[in-house]
Design a protein around this ligand. Structure first.
Ligand code: ATP
Ligand code: MG
Length: 452
């Protein structure tokens, strides 16, 4: 496929400036062990790129010529994962280092679909073969643990210096191999502020429909990387710019096309709040931001039920079912998160209703049972944070937020800010929410214009 492989540029430590103290102890541990055992040991990908840009890498990826079984044999705390790409996770408590074996260059050995999508890639090879499998040149720099030199076959160093994202090889072929690379392009543009080169951008136009065939579980993982990386708002704008958002959230994209300012207002608030919390190293939970992303779609879907004079609460429940069903088909949001999204949504009308007409300063004890019940709800704060953001964009009166805040002031007093989305780290992991019993035949028949 790539006939005329250029010779690599080698960049020495005094030029690139990366020092071992910038590399995590766990990564050093893995690199050292591989090296001592006679294997090649390199850092590769985002960590090298980020260190060169003066950013703190999210994770350190190691690449070696040791086969997965050989890597596993070196570490007690290692396991082999994956089918499409077999890799080794070396586990250190809550952290892990991903160790990949160089992929081979024999194109015929790859299992592909008719469209050219790679299904399996477990043929091992050498560094100068592995490099052509990577997505962008800036992600294909190899830091050699043995001598601290960076090996660059693809002018990645230059791209990092000039802030460019350039697909390695022919962009259309590479997007066909793995359409998720287009989403990664949007993510890296947002994260790094890089610009796509003309060819890298142009091929997205013809290849974007291929994202329809990507498994919903993979699109969920990718969405989390996009929206929980600390640059969610910028990434959202890039996804729109590249016309990719619809492949994750079709209903939302459609609404944005019709009424951008109204629909984007809440999303901007929520994504920026998420980014701020990540910058402050505070926990965030995807349920909150997903609830925000889908709120407009939910509200739209509630309308027809209300027109049929279905009771408001039922209309909301039905719209929840619809929006979650439609979204999960595209992006496989796990049940523990959809349950929480539903709770946040269902709390909204309840919080509005119970705050309506209430004066400030009512002592806690004088609240109604319904109000006390809401205050005691396990996810009251998440619901309230959401309500307050809706108040901030003028969707509802800010008085409702002010009323509830008296009894539940915003947290994070130490930062001096009322930062929303403050949810515990284990938010939703332990099934604290009693699942609403599903009723059979709950859905009224639209054509008969059911009323209740
Ligand atoms: P970050 O960790 O900052 O999100 P990253 O570049 O490290 O960014 P990862 O998803 O951790 O991204 O992947 C590590 C490396 O593996 C990438 O830098 C790239 O070289 C390679 N890679 C990852 N996904 C793909 C892909 N879909 N196609 C080709 N190469 C990929
Ligand atoms: Mg990485």
């Amino acid at each position: 496929m790539f006939q005329d492989k250029p010779l690599p540029v080698v960049i020495s430590a005094d030029i690139h400036g990366i020092v071992p103290s910038q590399i995590s102890d766990q990564a050093i541990n893995v690199l050292q062990r591989l090296h001592d055992s006679g294997y090649a040991a390199y850092l590769v990908g985002g960590c090298v790129r980020d260190l060169l840009r003066g950013l703190r890498p999210k994770d350190f990826d190691v690449v070696t010529d040791a086969k997965p079984e050989q890597v596993r044999a070196l570490f007690r705390n290692a396991r082999i994962i994956g089918r499409r790409f077999r890799i080794v996770h070396v586990i250190f408590g809550h952290d892990l280092i991903e160790v990949t074996t160089f992929r081979g260059g024999d194109d015929d050995a790859l299992r592909r679909t008719d469209e050219g999508r790679i299904l399996r890639d477990n043929v091992f090879g050498t560094l100068d073969e592995d490099v052509w499998r990577r997505d962008f040149a800036c992600n294909a720099l190899y830091y050699n643990f043995a001598n601290a030199e960076i090996v660059d076959y693809v002018r990645g160093w230059q791209d990092v210096e000039t802030g460019h994202l350039r697909v390695i090889g022919d962009p259309a072929t590479r997007y066909r191999e793995d359409p998720v690379r287009m989403l990664r392009a949007a993510r890296f543009m947002a994260k790094l502020g890089f610009t796509l080169t003309a060819e890298t951008a142009a091929a997205i136009h013809e290849c974007r429909p291929l994202l329809k065939d990507i498994a919903s579980a993979r699109l969920f993982d990718e969405s989390i990387k996009i929206f929980q990386g600390g640059y969610a708002w910028a990434a959202f704008l890039q996804l729109r710019e590249l016309n990719l958002l619809g492949f994750l959230f079709a209903g939302l994209d459609d609404l944005l096309n019709r009424d951008y300012d109204r629909v984007a207002a809440l999303i901007e608030k929520i994504l920026k709040a998420t980014d701020e919390r990540i910058a402050l190293q505070l926990p965030v939970n995807p349920a909150f931001l997903l609830a925000g992303l889908l709120w407009a779609d939910l509200s739209r879907r509630r309308e027809p039920w209300l027109h049929q004079r279905v009771a408001a609460d039922t209309a909301l429940e039905l719209a929840c079912d619809e929006v979650l069903e439609a979204t999960v088909r595209q992006v496989a949001i796990p049940r523990r998160l959809t349950e929480l999204m539903r709770v946040i949504w269902v709390l909204q009308p309840a919080l509005e209703r119970e705050a309506s007409g209430m004066a400030l300063g009512v002592p806690l004890n004088d609240l109604t049972d319904a109000q006390k019940h809401l205050l005691a709800h396990a996810w009251f704060r998440a619901g309230l944070d959401f309500l307050c953001l809706r108040g901030e964009i003028g969707e509802i009166s800010p008085a409702a937020c002010a009323f509830w805040r008296q009894y539940a002031p915003a947290r994070d007093k130490d930062t001096g800010e009322a930062v929303p989305t403050h949810l515990p780290e284990d938010f939703g992991k332990h099934g604290q929410i009693a699942r609403r019993p599903r009723q059979r035949n709950r859905r009224p028949n639209r054509s008969r214009g059911a009323a209740n």
